[in-house]
Design a binder for this molecule. Structure first.
Ligand SMILES: [Zn+2]
Length: 682
């Protein structure tokens, strides 16, 4: 019955009920979410969200609870209707039939149980039967198009120095834990031990001989790989990651690894040039590969292949996978219901932030169906106007920056003008699934065929000119990005309350989606984005004086963030989070500016006793409301470039003068900074 209600509600929106009430009545803020016993100047995040945080528990099947996840819940309910409905589609070769069939195949738990480990057999047989390291390297070449792991990953993306064409990037890979720190830091030893037990468990389920001993060898191997790998902070330096060379140079630089069979299996052996990313790690990884016994490499490949396949196999695999990835790594106590896992298996997760989460899916088919059914064209129009205002505000702020010289400013404005803004869903089809066979009785086969088709598409595409109309996130993604095509993309999934509500007071939309739009725009100009020029090429267009002035400000902001401790013993890493923190500060500053401009010289109305600036700032603060299990916060603090949500609010507002004026934050209050200590970048 919920389904009918949701479907009906969605069609009302789709028909364009312009006078609809906001999701949070009466004007778009959740007034009941606040904790007014707390002074905004002491903890603005708590002031804006305290009552919401107190009344909201973390569901046992999730690592966190938040407004953003409530948006995901709404969307999942819509996708559930859509897929249940597609499961009734008549047999055909169309997207709706394929989505429904893939979904039904995932939902068939009895079939998965009957098959046990059998669907894994083709990969395990190939690994077992490989006569030597070269044959294993050939299997690693199928990592992008199938279930195998690899010591080196391949990505086909825009060439950073020649933005009109594509390049084949080769990068370090091989770790099953989210970051090298997990292998090397004593405070993460418990996670490493759990990972070892998980490896033994999966190898046992897969029928691998002597699984406990094999797991020890696998962890020792990955630990060596971790030691040789670059850190996430090192990986932020795009210039250091751009090392074009011929495949022959690759062999000279990193002998010991069998490059030829790997590149051939990936379908990229015809490339005259590849780009080696973490260059200094390559010879070390190649030596590790050459020195590791073939049996250990085989056990490693068997474990990691089983890990990739586990969510699609029988209960024993699914439970082991959840115990480790869910319970141990993110503190979840219960698995998500099967239909929710089915939605991700067919339609993907956040492909932009984690391309792996769209691996083996037919996510674009789901995206087309989703946008047609649930995304009203007037939302696309309204957001496009908002984005235009934000762009104008950013332009005005760049013109007025006191630390940037005129030559750099000119280049910056030129770059800003080349940005395209994409809203809701792509205007051109992104993938054609006509040639992909989806079978009701072959779940893992569907995953394999979808992954292979996707990789074949990317290989084919890599020989042609760059398509600037392309999207990297599906419409059903609850996220946004600033891409290598100088585009800023807001999929339909993120354009929901409280991030955007067409019926809300505009000030709130400026604070929430406006802040996010501003955030994404500044990424094109931060320590990483500024290495790309107006043509899209990797080129430093900043004068040394501007770079020094920017760095001085960034370092002062970083010093503030280094003092924040989201969970005892784990401080925010200012280097890792630098780009995101600067983007948050710039985004909210630009959003306030854009709101002021939108008033056209008139004073902002007072609504519900709140001034315009108060509503903008509360819009931002409420958009980030949420909490997380301590284990998930730890994982985030170690490996995520975003700061924990509380600091995306408190860490930002205390540097903005308008916030002090709006909420009267005063000396002696915890967030108070003297005017000369406030950092202004954008
Ligand atoms: Zn960002």
């Amino acid at each position: 019955m919920n389904r009918l209600w949701l479907a009906a509600a969605a069609s009302v929106v789709a028909l364009g009920a312009a006078v609809a009430a906001p999701v949070y009545p009466p004007f778009g803020l959740d007034l009941t979410a606040r904790d007014t016993a707390v002074k905004p100047g002491d903890d603005f995040f708590q002031y804006a969200n305290g009552a919401y945080l107190a009344r909201t528990g973390i569901p046992s099947d999730r690592p966190s609870a938040s407004r953003r996840l409530e948006m995901t819940d709404r969307m999942e309910a819509q996708l559930h209707i859509l897929m249940e409905d597609a499961a009734k589609a008549p047999v055909g070769n169309d997207n709706r039939y394929k989505v429904g069939t893939f979904y039904s195949a995932f939902m068939d738990e009895a079939q998965a149980e009957r098959l046990g480990a059998a669907p894994l057999r083709p990969e395990l047989d190939a690994i077992r039967g490989a006569p030597d390291r070269a044959a294993l390297a050939g299997l690693m070449g199928q990592a992008e198009s199938g279930l195998y792991p690899a010591l080196f990953g391949i990505g086909l993306d825009t060439d950073l120095k020649h933005p009109d064409r594509y390049a084949a990037y080769i990068g370090q890979s091989g770790l099953g834990l989210p970051d090298r720190d997990y292998y090397l830091k004593p405070e993460l030893a418990a996670k490493r031990d759990a990972y070892r037990a998980y490896a033994a468990k999966l190898l046992g389920l897969a029928g691998w001989p002597d699984p406990a001993r094999a797991a020890d060898a696998v962890i020792a191997f990955e630990t060596r790989v971790a030691e040789a790998s670059w850190s996430k902070v090192q990986q932020r330096d795009l210039n250091a990651l751009y090392n074009p060379m011929s495949p022959a140079d690759l062999r000279t630089m990193a002998p010991g690894f069998d490059w030829a069979p790997m590149l051939a299996a990936a379908g990229v052996s015809g490339k005259a040039q590849v780009v080696a990313a973490e260059k200094s790690a390559f010879p070390k990884l190649a030596s590790i590969y050459a020195e590791t016994p073939v049996d250990t490499l085989k056990a490693w490949m068997a474990f990691r292949t089983a890990d990739a396949a586990a969510p699609y196999l029988s209960k024993a695999f699914v439970a082991a996978h959840f115990d480790f990835h869910g319970r141990v790594m993110t503190g979840q106590s219960e698995m998500r219901p099967r239909w929710k896992r089915a939605i991700i298996a067919v339609g993907g997760g956040d492909c932009g932030a984690d391309p792996q989460s769209c691996f083996g899916t037919i996510a674009w088919a789901v995206g087309d169906l989703y946008a047609q059914r649930y995304f009203p064209p007037e939302t696309k129009a309204k957001v496009t106007i908002l984005v235009g205002n934000l762009k104008a505000a950013f332009r005005g702020r760049i013109e007025k920056l006191d630390w940037m010289g005129p030559a750099t400013k000119q280049e910056a404005l030129k770059k800003l003008d080349t940005y395209t803004i994409k809203v809701g869903y792509p205007d051109t089809p992104q993938r054609d699934y006509a040639g992909v066979t989806i079978r009701r009785d072959d779940l893992l086969g569907n995953v394999r065929r979808a992954a292979a088709a996707d990789w074949a598409f990317l290989v084919r595409r890599s020989d042609g000119p760059v398509d600037r109309a392309e999207w990297s996130m599906t419409p059903q993604t609850n996220d946004a990005y600033n891409g290598s095509l100088r585009d800023i993309v807001f999929p339909a999934g993120i354009l929901q309350a409280p991030i955007f509500d067409a019926a809300a007071d505009p000030a709130i939309n400026y604070g929430a989606i406006g802040g996010v739009i501003g955030h994404e725009m500044t990424h094109g100009f931060d320590d990483q984005g500024r290495t790309i020029d107006a043509s899209g090429a990797l080129r430093d267009w900043w004068t040394p004086a501007d770079a020094a002035a920017f760095k001085a400000r960034a370092d002062r902001l970083g010093a503030q963030y280094a003092t924040y401790e989201p969970v005892p013993g784990f401080h925010i890493n200012p280097g890792l989070t630098m780009g995101e923190n600067i983007a948050d500060l710039g985004g909210l500053s630009i959003a306030l500016d854009a709101y002021h401009r939108s008033l056209g010289g008139k004073p902002a109305p007072v609504i519900g006793g709140l001034t315009g600036d108060q509503r903008v700032l509360l819009g931002w603060a409420q958009a980030w409301a949420g909490k997380m299990q301590p284990d998930a916060i730890k994982a985030m603090t170690v490996g995520d470039p975003h700061s924990f949500r509380k600091f995306r609010v408190n860490g930002v507002v205390r540097n903005i003068d308008d916030w002090y004026a709006a909420f009267g934050a005063a000396p002696g209050q915890a967030l108070y900074l003297k005017p000369e200590d406030r950092v202004r970048i954008w």
